[in-house]
Design a protein around this ligand. Sequence first.
Ligand SMILES: Cc1ncc(C[n+]2csc(CCOP(=O)(O)OP(=O)(O)O)c2C)c(N)n1
Length: 578
Amino acid sequence: MVRVPTGADLLCDLLLEHGVEVLFGHPGGAILPFYDALHRKPTLRHILMRHEQAAAHAADGYSRATGKVGVCIATSGPGATNLVTGLATAMMDGVPVVAITGQVPLSVLGTDAFQETDIVGVTMPVTKHGFQINQMSDIPKMLSEAFSLAIEGRPGPVLIDFPKNIQAGMVSPELMTHLSGISLKGQEISDQKTGSKDRKIDSDVFQEVIALLDKSERPLLMVGRGAVEAGVTEQIRDLAERASLPVTATLLGLDGFQAEHRLSLGLPGMHGTERANMGIQNADLLIGLGCRFDDRVIGKVDEFAPKAKVVAFDINPSMPGRTIEPDIFLLGDLKDTLPVFAEGVSRKTHARWWDELKEWSREAEPNVDCSLKPGALGGRQAVRYLTRRVSDSDGIVCTDVGQHQMWVAQELPNVAPRSHLTSGGLGTMGYSLPAAIGAAVGCPERTVWVIAGDGGFQMNIQELATVVQENLGLRIAVINNQCLGMVRQWQESFYDRRYSAVALSGPNLDTIARAYGITGHVVDRAENLEEVLDFVSTEEGPVLLDLRISEEENVYPIVPSGTALHELVKGPSLPTEA
Ligand SMILES: Cc1ncc(C[n+]2csc(CCOP(=O)(O)OP(=O)(O)O)c2C)c(N)n1
């Protein structure tokens, strides 16, 4: 007997047609018909996450690592609301994610039914759009629109709320016939992403920018995640090399420009290098490529790049005026705009500018000794050797939020695009482990590393079970300072050492790892680090390193809030001589 497909079957088929291979989710009552349909679709892989927040982060990590749209699934009510932080994280960083939530049947919608939440309303500010399916015929159209919207312009999350009765309802023969005439191939969707060909490119503006660069004596490029998302990192390197342009890559653009390239100035902003920050403050032309000039990058807004004309290439029409007003704004996908600009750029050496830049340190903390001579393990030291392993393994690194995140940003050597995953805009603790799950599922051939703080790691620690169940060979390193390090640092520096609610006691992560069936190692001495890293690098994984460091180490440089980039504090103030 031929089985009449349900709305949920139809959704599964359409997901496959859109090129979806994997979903990250957690089931529940209002999404059961969908999970039942999934049971009939073995080609659609489902990863059972232990928490819906983690499902959203995993979809986000999958997308950042692969360049495809990540998909997450949750039930109605608490399942759906648990997605919110993950969606907000993806929204802030421009990551294309489609979230599908179960909803109570239409017949009881609006009655405070069991597990009913207006999730489209709740997520409105943290998604590009939310759809609620109201009838069977909405399914193909809304799914198609959701996938288009997620990748169109500045990418971001889109939500589809799917009432249970429509999931379970039968698709009419008329709708089936109608659908068989429509092609919804994923290819068409990805074509739309590059489909800005009919956007008029105003060549006068490009000529103006080219002329500005030609005249400029102290130019500087700032690369953001937009460049990674647009896939133009090689063109940026060629452009920079041709005109000897200094390049600073933001936290989310770190994998958009090789850190060890001779033209790299390092990270800009709050924990940026002296060379990058002083470069920005002294540049006469600053060209942003797919970066949104966020407050952590620009410091005191009125004193940001005071000598520079600022040019911003961005896909988001609402970028100008949010934090800064660029002198010239070039709206469009970098894929389209960068070649037009790059074509007109001529060869230069900017030798004098480079002499000036080299006076400022490229290293974050040049005076910190990171050699592995016997002694207590340090945070920067641990991160330096870990990130080398990431680079040597051509790996992907996912970080959490806090001091360790900044050490990674400062220490990360060359990595390929889509290899540094972190929550930059929202700064979401708990991001790293689930994002790494998404990355490992999307890129099974690559080594995926997690570098987390002990605070953030515990926010999604339950996902160790997912790692084991899915047999993902993650290398997990927890930089364990037994406290909420970054908050402690701020309390030390800006609240006169009044430490409030920052001490974390336990748990023993090594024992926790073992409870999940993961090998754990504790390192607290510098001289033991390399040996353990050698072991970890050759292990199949998963493996967890509990790297114990002092709680007192701070991240430098720092541009204190409300100050300008040139007011960066280079290191702890040295004790005054008696
Ligand atoms: C979900 C969430 N809650 C709170 C914060 C505020 N916050 C920022 S950094 C930080 C401390 C992080 O501590 P830990 O994870 O141990 O990392 P460390 O700074 O020690 O490297 C906190 C609480 C946040 N960013 N995200």
